[in-house]
Design a protein around this ligand. Structure first.
Ligand SMILES: Nc1ncnc2c1ncn2[C@@H]1O[C@H](COP(=O)(O)OP(=O)(O)OP(=O)(O)O)[C@@H](O)[C@H]1O
Ligand SMILES: [Mg+2]
Length: 273
């Protein structure tokens, strides 16, 4: 077929010229590798073959290539952020049995899972007796936060206090760079098992005060708020200052319910009686 101006093939903007694509494949792959588009480089031959076979247009081909690259990068970002966060694995909202724990409202958790509270730099306190799922829910929301693009740092209280004691003399300018100060969400698990020393209560105040309205804190505790002054080295003043900041703009999940750890024992005892 000829065109008015010469004898070359007419343009086919929505289809791939098979020959050219095959001929240039090696160069294209090299260029994609140089640009760091690893998925696109790997997937190009298969996508090109499919494009030719199914007569896919160039926009559809590019869309497949770029979507794959974006998805691969997102998966890698989430994997790396989860590793850096220190979040334990395996506990998600997907495997939390809401029917077992009616005190936990699914609608409330769904709202928290949108991560709007993190954008507002609000806090979250998860309170309740042993085994009701406090740590499970804190981890689940930490995972959601990572998926939403927030930096997360998960600590058990003893690990956090250890890190803060080590940094006690670090000047404020350098302290800002510490994970427990700068992460968008810091989760502190197991508050209440031990009483704080006065030094630890002061360090905890420094943390809460620095992060106030800068970033979110999620704390799990088996101690009711009224028992916090005693837990915080019996220092009413520091406890009041900490609670004032923590409870301002804070969601509270108070889980009054059965221990998931003891459910099988309970069930077997009930079965026997
Ligand atoms: N409703 C639930 N559905 C599924 N698994 C649950 C549920 N509640 C708790 N679990 C599981 O039971 C175990 C204990 O839960 P978790 O560690 O969250 O309790 P906790 O409230 O933090 O207890 P503690 O005060 O002793 O730290 C975990 O393995 C957790 O995954
Ligand atoms: Mg726990």
């Amino acid at each position: 077929m000829t065109t008015k101006g010469g004898s070359h093939e007419p343009e086919r903007p929505s289809a791939l010229p098979t020959k050219a694509a095959t001929a240039d494949l090696g160069t294209l792959v090299d260029q994609l590798v140089k640009l760091g588009l690893e998925f696109a480089a790997e997937a190009l031959p298969a996508i090109l073959t499919r494009a030719v076979k199914e007569d896919l247009g160039a926009p559809a081909l590019l869309e497949q290539l770029l979507r794959g690259e974006v998805e691969r990068r997102e998966e890698r970002r989430v994997r790396t952020s989860l590793r850096l966060s220190g979040l334990p694995t395996g506990q998600t909202l997907g495997n939390f049995d809401f029917a077992f724990q009616p005190a936990v409202q699914r609608s409330k958790l769904d709202a928290l899972a949108t991560c709007a509270w993190l954008r507002e730099k609000q806090g979250l306190l998860i309170l309740g007796p042993p085994g009701v799922g406090k740590t499970h829910l804190a981890i689940s929301l930490g995972v959601k936060a990572v998926e939403c693009g927030f930096s997360v740092a998960f600590f058990r209280l003893d690990e956090l206090l250890h890190a803060m004691r080590k940094d006690a003399e670090v000047p404020p300018t350098r302290l800002k760079g510490k994970k427990y100060m700068k992460a968008a969400l810091v989760i502190i698990d197991e508050v209440g098992f031990d009483t704080f020393t006065r030094e630890e209560a002061n360090l905890f105040f420094r943390l809460v005060s620095y992060r106030y309205q800068r970033g979110s804190l999620c704390i799990t505790s088996n101690k009711a708020i009224k028992d916090w002054p005693e837990m915080l080295a019996g220092d009413e003043i520091i406890a009041a200052a900490i609670l004032d900041r923590l409870l301002h703009s804070c969601h509270v999940l108070n889980i009054r319910g059965r221990s998931y750890r003891l459910r099988e024992l309970e069930e077997s005892l009930n079965g026997r009686s």
